[in-house]
Every structure is written in C-alpha cells, then in structure tokens.
Design a protein around this ligand. Structure first.
Ligand code: F6P
Length: 321
C-alpha cells in the first residue's frame, strides 16, 4: 500500500481534526502518501482531493470541527455513486481509505470495499456516543463538557430566581449526553430515551424538592424523548405556579476545542487506522473498550449491543434526592 485517503462523514464532532492529524502524520511517518478527501463521500464522488503534508495538519489538534469539512451524500448511497467514487480513488492511486464518522458512514465504506475492493477502516466520531461497539466515540467527552458548562451557568440564574429549568441536550435517539452531563452537572432530573418517562414522577419530584427548600431544579432532557418546549407544557399543565424556563443547547455541543480525552482517543485511533491499512486489513472498525484500542470486522462491530449504563442512571437518582 502506497497511498491512503482520509475523509470525515456525517455530523462533525470535536476531535475529528486530531484524528485526521494522526492519520496524516502516522501515514507519512510510515512512508505513505496521504490524500485528504473534502466534504465526505460527496467530495469523493466530485473529486475534491488534496495532497496532505505534515504542515497541512499543523495547528489543528486544538480546533473543533473538521478541516476536511463534512457532508451527507445521497448519491453515495446508490451503486452508480459508489462506482464514481471508486473511479476517483483509482485515479488518485488511493488503495486504503480511513472514514471518520458514524455507523451509516461505515456501512457505505463496507459497500465500497465489497463492490470495488478498496481497503476501508472506520473511526467512530460522533458526539452522540451511540456506536454500539465502542465505549466512547470521538467528540462525546467534549460535548458533555460543553453541556455541563451550560448547566453550571443556567444553575446560577435558576438559583437567583428560584426557578426550574429544562435543558435539552443532543444525542439523537440516545441518552448518553443527557446522562453524563446530567450526573456530572448535578441535575435533579434526567430524562432519557432508554428509561420510560413518567410525567407524574417528574412533577412529584419537583414538588418534593420545593417542599424541602431546593432553590432550583435542573431537568436535563435528551432530545430523543421530546423537545424542551413540549416537556415545559406538560409540566406547566400540572404545576401552573412553577416558574419554569427551557433552553435548547443545540449545535454549541458540536463545536469547541476538543477535550484531552477526545484528543488522545482520536490520536490513538488515527494511528491504529494507519497500522491496519499497512497490515492490509479492510472493513475494520476501531473502538475503545475497557480502555484498550481494539478493532472488529464491521458486521461484528455493528451487530454488537451496547449495554446502557443503568447503574449510572440509578446513581444519578440517588444523588439528586
Ligand atoms: O449526530 C450528531 C447530532 O448532533 C445529533 O445529536 C443531532 O440529533 C443531529 O446530529 C443534528 O443534526 P444536524 O446537524 O444535521 O442538525
């Protein structure tokens, strides 16, 4: 293998740049030519390819987002689109491809491999932490830190006004950001898709907290359950006198300087991706499990079921009585 490519696909996540840097620098260190593919699979189809040098990834480890940009491509989902992508790879002599993204992006990589014999390696990058094979995905830690920073600030004003605040966090259909940020941010109530939601229980907890003299109530809500506005209406119907506000954190959770943990995991995964390509491996997904960097065949990886940490959820309930 002489030439490899790297792209980012799907939603961006803080730490993707650290992963790109690791792929480029480890590739060059091992004598490979490394090409950067702009705008994910769509950029590949459109032949948006740049030569990467040591300095093209200088000064990026601390930056959020992705210097390669990202996109979702409907064309790549078609056989014709993938055939075009394979032609472009051939033209540039790219034999191995590193895909930094989510499980949808990995499925695309698998099809490209099966149909056109390109070696593909996936690195999990998403703030949602919802990829089954890995304990952590790149971006999750930074997103949680951003969320607790916001929770801390909202708590200051909630305490001053003796208010309740709903903070809606991202996570798509998963409750990881809500659980981790809620527990670390000392939330009174955490609402996640993995646990059946009971509005009466939520309102009873708020009423009990008011009786015992709590100055504020922080309710962290995962977007996969409902919106902050919907929850706010449900609570106000039952507790009309409650002074309640809601905040949707939105895309601030996707940006910002990556945390130490995200930079380290991204660097290790980027390096492992290059090693796997040098070993002529293909259709592997890199993960972190029990603090070890491991890799699995894509079918095995995506068929895994992640055990949701219900113990952590129970702990959050105990700590917020
Ligand atoms: O997958 C990352 C994520 O930020 C989710 O948490 C969220 O539901 C979604 O992407 C938002 O997507 P978009 O940036 O397309 O609005």
């Amino acid at each position: 293998m002489k030439t490899i490519g790297v792209l980012t696909s799907g939603g961006d996540a803080p730490g993707m740049n650290a992963a790109i840097r690791a792929v480029v620098r480890c590739g060059i260190y091992n004598g490979l030519t490394v090409k950067g593919i702009m705008r994910g699979y769509q950029g590949l189809i459109d032949d948006e390819i740049e030569d990467m040098t040591l300095s093209s990834v200088g000064d990026i480890i601390q930056r959020g987002g992705t210097i390669l940009r990202t996109a979702r491509s409907a064309e790549f989902k078609t056989k014709e689109g993938r055939a075009k992508a394979a032609e472009v790879l051939k033209k540039h002599g790219i034999e191995g491809l590193v895909i930094i993204g989510g499980d949808g992006s990995f499925r695309g990589a698998q099809l490209l491999s099966n149909e056109h014999g390109v070696n593909t390696i996936g690195i999990p990058g998403t703030i949602d932490n919802d990829i089954p094979c890995t304990d952590y995905t790149i971006g999750f830690d930074t997103a949680c830190n951003t969320a607790i920073d916001a929770i801390n600030k909202i708590r200051d004003t909630a305490t001053s006004h003796e208010r309740a605040n709903i903070i809606e966090v991202m996570g798509r259909n998963a409750g990881y950001i809500a659980l981790y940020a809620g527990l670390a941010g000392g939330a009174e109530i955490i609402i996640i898709p993995e646990v059946k939601f009971d509005i009466d229980e939520v309102c009873d907890k708020i009423s009990y907290g008011i009786k015992r003299g709590k100055l504020h109530h922080i309710i962290v809500l995962a977007e996969g359950v409902m919106s902050g506005l919907e929850l706010s209406k449900m609570i106000q119907e039952r507790l009309p006198k409650l002074d309640l506000r809601h905040t949707t954190l939105g895309h601030i959770q996707r940006g910002g300087a990556p945390s130490v943990m995200d930079r380290i995991i991204a660097s290790q995964m980027g390096s492992r991706a290059v090693e796997l390509l040098l070993e002529n491996k293909s259709q592997r997904i890199i993960s972190i499990r029990n603090n070890q960097i491991v890799d699995d065949d894509i079918d095995t990886a995506l068929a895994m079921r992640k055990e949701f940490n219900f113990k952590l959820y129970e702990l959050s309930k105990i700590l917020s009585i």
